[in-house]
Design a protein. Structure first.
Length: 267
């Protein structure tokens, strides 16, 4: 079971969008996936077509980590209803998010509290991939996610502040791994919302290539005017009708191939 935290220090770069794109690719590829929504805004929960109030949410499960069974409280994603084959064995479940999770989003979180998600995941089976959507900060919830994860996937956009924030996050991952989570590594940096017609974006992409080197993941995700409509409809990008987002879906497929073992992909 590969546990992957999707993180960013800067809000608004499309971290949750990347989480949902990878979840869509995993579903399309037959990879059994669990999405844990640790962001108190719970946008991933909504985007994965799960009604708030369904299932015990992440904050409560973290609070009850020593006695709760996470498997008993996962919720089936509504995306499964959109598959062409209703008898498919595809699996996409969600640990729903809510504002209650913010209880743990403190800068002074105790080391024993960092282990709460790891404790919850110890009894979980049947998933090949776990995606943890983290809040855009390095406070308690992100540290809880990192302590339980094998890798951190960073999301950035080609802008000055995002480049600087990503550098800080990469240093933070290394320090956190050395002190609390020796199993944790950096999966890489995904660049989101790039525009081919922007000189600034072109300059920042070259800067990212220089700074991140082999950690910069390809392909770059280009800005797509249909993305907001897809998210508003709570739809997986791979099931969106028409050809307008076909390249975007293929880009997520290429990224997923770099994040999970080849034998995991069914298609």
């Amino acid at each position: 079971m590969q546990i992957l935290s999707v993180s960013s220090l800067k809000g608004g770069v499309g971290k949750t969008s990347v989480t949902m794109g990878l979840a869509s690719s995993a579903l399309n590829s037959g990879v059994s996936t669990l999405v844990i929504d640790l962001d108190p805004h719970a946008d991933a929960t909504t985007g994965l077509s799960v009604s708030r109030g369904a299932g015990r949410e992440a904050g409560q499960l973290l609070k009850e980590a020593r006695k709760a069974s996470l498997s008993d409280h996962v919720v089936r994603s509504g995306w499964l209803d959109l598959l062409e084959d209703p008898g498919s064995a595809a699996r996409l479940d969600v640990v729903v998010g809510s504002a209650l999770s913010a209880t743990f989003d403190r800068p002074d979180i105790r080391p024993r509290d960092m282990k709460r998600l790891k404790t919850l995941l110890q009894g979980v089976s049947g998933y090949e991939l776990v995606l943890v959507d983290c809040p855009p900060s390095l406070s308690g919830l992100t540290r809880i996610a990192w302590a339980a994860s094998h890798q951190v996937l960073l999301v950035a956009e080609p802008s000055l502040f995002s480049v600087a924030g990503t550098e800080r996050t990469m240093r933070a991952i290394k320090m956190f791994s050395n002190e609390f989570a020796p199993q944790l590594t950096q999966a890489g940096v995904v660049v989101n919302r790039a525009r081919a017609d922007s000189a600034e974006h072109e300059y920042r992409l070259l800067e990212m290539e220089r700074l991140y080197q082999d950690k910069l993941m390809l392909p770059v995700l280009e800005e797509n005017p249909h993305w907001q409509q897809i998210q508003g409809a709570a739809y997986p990008v791979h099931q969106w009708p028409g050809d307008q987002v076909r390249d975007m879906a293929k880009s997520f497929d290429e990224l997923l191939k770099q994040l999970v073992p080849a034998k995991t992909l069914k298609k």
